[in-house]
Design a protein around this ligand. Structure first.
Ligand SMILES: Cc1ncc(COP(=O)(O)O)c(C=O)c1O
Length: 459
């Protein structure tokens, strides 16, 4: 066992071990930094002590540039629900490529893809495609504003919906101070980046997640409120599911006040159930944003909803269609990849029972262990979305998450990586390819990391 006088030194030992086992990855990232800001294409790839540089991904494993093998619970940030590089997707892409890479026009295969959305997702009667989850959430807000003629959008504290100016607030990236956040009953709108257009984010109000004060705030702004967007299971905040009663009340009050209820299903869509969170919770929103899984591993987003809610995307609508366009929308290659994935998910709905049971197993075993061994730890999530927090709980929202024991989470993350787990920093995912032995290994790595940090006096 390493013996260190203080926690910072201990974490540095773990960092040195990671650097020692992946020198090529470190060198590649450092080279990237000479020509790319931060050396990454997305800030969420930054990791302690440096980003993972992936060489290959197959099934439930990834290999880094030093040929270290990792058990994968990141799955490209939830995307690869059939495991990495599935055969059906490779074949579909190859077949589509033989016809062309890009037309910027309608093509023969969009109907089948769109029909799968309409058949699988209960709240989708019409769907349109774009290129990322960010774009998708942006369009849902535009639809809501255009349809209601009202200026305000509400989002929940801790909810992440992409990087556009309207919603880049109050998800907690820089770790705002308690003063900046405001009271739990009335969270402040905290910009997450310099450079946001003030006129955009100031029209976004922030609601407390899983907290009844959210409904009072909606009522206070009712005549100005165009829509409320929610991740039914908050992902980046730490895999926190909304209570069903809370979502039901949100459905009721948005209907009563005439605001759109918008589900951000970028993570939950085609993950919690074939019909996403709206099937899982049996609650139908007006419109939803999709991305990730449904693009089959290629860049993708979609907006789907009831025909009535999507009316202002029709070209002959009154007062005219909202602006929705994109050179690459409905790309034939992405359509082929996405169709292959959705077809398999539709054909084998039993995959969901398996994946969700694996998530339950993780939560049950970790929570039992934490209780028996008296760790302030709690596993959260829903279905195949999971995480373990360094606190006793209950965990209802990001304010609870911020009560975690200091230094434990950074220590755990370093130990996961050192011990061969590839997992995002705040939410993990299971896929159809994971076997029970993989979940056993996931649990064992978690328990070993907990024991190590306790032995070191961190926890
Ligand atoms: C819930 C949620 N919404 C929207 C987005 C944005 O999607 P994209 O990264 O494709 O723009 C993400 C990305 O992680 C997400 O998790």
């Amino acid at each position: 066992m390493i013996v260190k006088d203080n926690i910072t030194e201990l974490l540095d030992v773990y960092r040195d071990e990671i650097r020692a086992k992946s020198p090529n990855s470190l060198a590649i990232w450092q080279q990237n930094r000479t020509v790319m800001p931060a050396g990454v294409g997305s800030l969420f790839r930054l990791a302690d002590p440096f980003p993972m540089v992936v060489k290959k991904a197959k099934g439930v494993r990834v290999w880094d540039a030093d040929d270290n093998e990792y058990l994968d619970f990141m799955l490209g940030f939830s995307v690869m629900i059939l495991g990495n590089t599935p055969q059906v997707v490779q074949e579909a892409i190859r077949e589509a490529l033989s016809h062309g890479t890009h037309y910027g026009q309608c093509h023969e295969h969009e109907y089948e893809f769109a029909k799968l959305f309409c058949d699988m997702v209960p709240g989708v009667e019409k769907v349109t495609f774009c290129n990322s989850g960010t774009e998708a959430t942006m369009y849902t807000l535009r639809l809501a504003r255009a349809a209601t003629g009202r200026p305000l959008i509400a989002k929940f504290e801790g909810g992440y919906h992409g990087t556009h100016d309207l919603l880049s607030v109050s998800f907690g990236r820089p770790g705002p101070t308690a003063d900046q956040c405001g009271a739990i009953e009335d969270p402040a709108t905290v910009p997450e980046s310099p450079g946001l257009a003030e006129g955009a984010w100031r029209n976004t109000i922030v609601l407390p997640f899983n907290h009844p004060a959210a409904f009072d705030k909606i009522r206070r702004h009712a005549d100005q409120l165009a829509g409320v967007i929610i991740e039914p299971v908050q992902g980046a905040a730490g895999a926190i599911p909304a209570d069903r009663e809370f979502l039901l009340e949100l459905r009721r009050i948005t209907r009563e006040t005439g605001a759109f209820l918008i589900f951000d299903e970028v993570i939950t869509g085609f993950r919690l159930a074939p019909g996403g969170a709206q099937e899982y919770y049996d609650i139908i929103p007006d419109v939803s944003a999709f991305g990730k899984i449904a693009g089959g591993g290629l860049p993708f987003g979609a907006v789907g909803g009831t025909a009535e809610a999507m009316r202002l995307m029709e070209f002959d609508s009154e007062p005219g269609s909202i602006l929705m366009a994109g050179t690459f929308n409905g790309s034939p290659i992405v359509t082929a990849a996405g169709t292959a994935v959705l077809q398999r998910l539709r054909k084998e709905p039993q995959l969901y029972a398996r994946m969700n049971a694996m998530g339950d197993r993780f939560r049950n075993e970790i929570n039992k262990f934490a209780q028996e061994e008296d760790y302030p730890a709690m596993a959260t999530g829903a279905g195949s979305i999971f995480w373990m927090h360094a606190l006793r709980g209950p965990i209802n929202n990001i304010r609870d998450v911020r009560q975690a024991v200091r230094f434990v989470s950074p220590g755990l993350r370093l130990l996961y990586r050192k011990n061969g787990l590839h997992i995002p920093p705040n939410h993990g995912f299971m896929c159809a390819e994971h076997a029970n032995e993989d979940i056993t290994q996931l649990i064992e790595i978690h328990k070993a990391a907990m024991e190590e940090l306790r032995a070191q006096g961190v926890w």
